[in-house]
Design a protein around this ligand. Sequence first.
Ligand code: MN
Length: 358
Amino acid sequence: MKMTFRWFGADQDPISLEHIRQIPGMTGVVTSLLTIPAGDVWPMDMLIAMKEQVASHGLEVEVIESVNIHEDIKLGLPSRDEKITNYITTMERLAKIDIKCICYNMMPVLDWARSHLYYNLPDGSNTMKYEAEFIQGVSVEELANRYAKEADTYEMPGWEPERMKTIRATLEAYNGMETDTFYANMKYFLDAIIPHAERLNIKMGVHPDDPPQPIFGLPKLIISRDNIRRYLNLNPSPNNGLTFCTGSLGAKKGNDLPAMIREFGMEGRIHFAHVRNLRFENETDFYESAHLSSHGSLDMYDIMRALHDIDYKGWIRPDHGRMIWEETKRKGRPGYGLYDRALGATYLQGLWEAIDRG
Ligand SMILES: [Mn+2]
């Protein structure tokens, strides 16, 4: 496996490449061009500048997270063909800067949702929390306002004010949409782009829905073994694969993560892995804990052993961590502080070394 770190870009991330480089074992960053709206072609000059900037710090960039899917594609509107053509053009440009893997998600409208961005833990750190009752009772506008107020420094992917302006109309567009229609729309997209992914040698890794519960009446479709199987079967190419996110899938009780890693990994369908922990407070509510098994509800040893068993050679990154140390005093990107993720990265590498040598 190759250890990487998510980085939002020079203007978008308070964490510098200088700091990321100093995390032991770090080979590269996973990044994106956050300012380009979904559906647009990514400018070549910006891609080259990003690649060179990362390389000048001794780091690689081989994975993009994310190239977002325009809603017209998910909704199956006639305008989707133009967006798909743009998506393929962006893939071609990414291949030119040696990108090998693209992470994306198929979540309708919203990328993710939490009730709290800075939930205080007893040790003085803070973290993101999901409280089902709160989320079920709040409107999408109220939640967006809460995020904007709490995270005053950065716009959060999926919750940009620009996107919120049309949120009501977008939510209504999904009203009454059948699951089968949604899968048909995903197949239309996959059948269009996967031959290009093969040609360009790019692995596509769909990220599961986060959280794996319906919110704001929207369907959640990629949340468990059976519907991941359905998604992969839409297009059988090995380039049509997964971003295996333990935090997203682990938030659904009953998901056997090591078994899922073995099943999909043996078929070569896991291209990228987000490895993090979470702690359930009851049946539905959880907060994002430190990475250690002892701090959360997921067994990270079993997860890493499953990745080792499938001889996983892809990219892995620590995922959301807590805000600790002086990061608790300012508002960084929720979930994306430096220290707890760096500790997570070294912990995961420690597990890997022990498994590998044992
Ligand atoms: Mn994830």
